[in-house]
Design a protein around this ligand. Sequence first.
Ligand code: FAD
Length: 436
Amino acid sequence: MQKKQKYTGLVWFGNDLRIRDNKVLEKAANECQKLIGVYCISPSLTVPSNFGFRKLGVYRAKFLLETLSNLQKSLAKKNISFLVFFDKSQEKIPEICKEFKIQRIYKQLEWISEEQKVTRQVRSGVPKIPVEEIYNQFLYHPEDILSDLQRIPNVFTAFRKKLEKYVAIRPEVEATKAFDPSNLLGKENLMPSLTDLGFKPIETDSRTAFPFEGGEHAALDRLEDYFYRSKKLGFYKKTRNGLLGKDYSSKFSPWLANGSISAKSIYWQVKKFETEHYKNQSTYWLVFELIWRDYFKYISIKYQNRIFKLDGILQKEYLWKTESQKVQNWIDGNTQDDFVNANMLELKHTGWMSNRGRQNVASYFAKELLLDWRIGAAYFEEQLIDYDVHSNYGNWMYVSGVGNDPRDRKFNTQLQAERYDTNGKFRKLWLQPSIF
Ligand code: FAD
């Protein structure tokens, strides 16, 4: 039998910064006799762009650097070198391909036009090298949804019910093999620091509800803690609308957003928990929420750049305002509404906000202040540790009346505060002036 050809390959990491359940890495490792990993942080992310906001703010930058550092260590254990670039960014890839005689590039498939543009640029710099793009971020694999993706239902419940009935979730991919030590380049490049990226170092605010580090190791530890040590998973449905502390919800989103953990890994851990312990509404509900995450990805595949347009996927026109003072007051927690203010201050000081908070501040922004929702979304993009293009723009459209909410609701923020912050503890935490 003819021996399968083995290549010298390069894994171009994106939002799939993990070892476990990583189809791109697994495929590359199976097909290559030599392999390196590369990650590029584009300098354009850290300069103001959309509505004057940066695409990468300090909280997510810190989390990203922790993630990359963790991945570098894990890949080193598999004898794979991992190079991280900031200056010149992806222009480096053709240079590296030349230097290391790369024959194949492997990467996660992305469909957002900005990311496709970068891929096209790299492809044109290495016209002879095949670039394999692989879906690596879904719970339900797009190839298992046999229909035309353009026929994806616009209403979440219809989408979820179809998937739950007809589509099986694939198992996690097999662990990536370790390479021979000779695969290591022997010259790891230094990880850029926050200062290299143009940020001042930050201290974690002691009030944060997200006190965790970036990286696959921390993601798996959080899973272990939330499922098995504290067993909070079993109460998730009752606590998920909470505002205070680290355990009212899973807090998986920042790791999911940069791919330190896969949605499939979480799903299969829920199944394991249900087999070994018990199954209840809460264990189901975590998976239910992960389907929301998939849903917004499918909506962005279906509507492409329309998710960034003011009239959204509904193409519904409203009279939007852009008054910068009102935007600034919202950002600074200086509106007429104390519940909105407390949530906005939490975001400003920590990069985190609960789902309940996000729904309220976004509804207030778009439906009370009548401000162009894309400005709010761009601020979230800079600020959130867990920013994910599909979930952010999908949820903003949804709340602003130009997306997938069939009921087009406006939140009564004061009633919400009475219901979810009955004793005012959350508002006190963020609004009380510090005594120091
Ligand atoms: P849990 O309640 O523990 O849920 C588990 C997982 O399910 C989450 O980690 C997330 O992956 C998924 N999930 C839960 N709710 C949603 C939802 N509404 N939409 C999509 N996925 C969901 N989420 C992001 O990951 N990135 C964003 O940029 C983002 N922007 C948002 C903007 C607005 C205006 C709103 C209203 C919501 C946004 N969300 C975003 C969704 C949601 O608020 C967060 O996913 C959630 O708060 C993260 O906390 P958790 O991991 O503890 O969630």
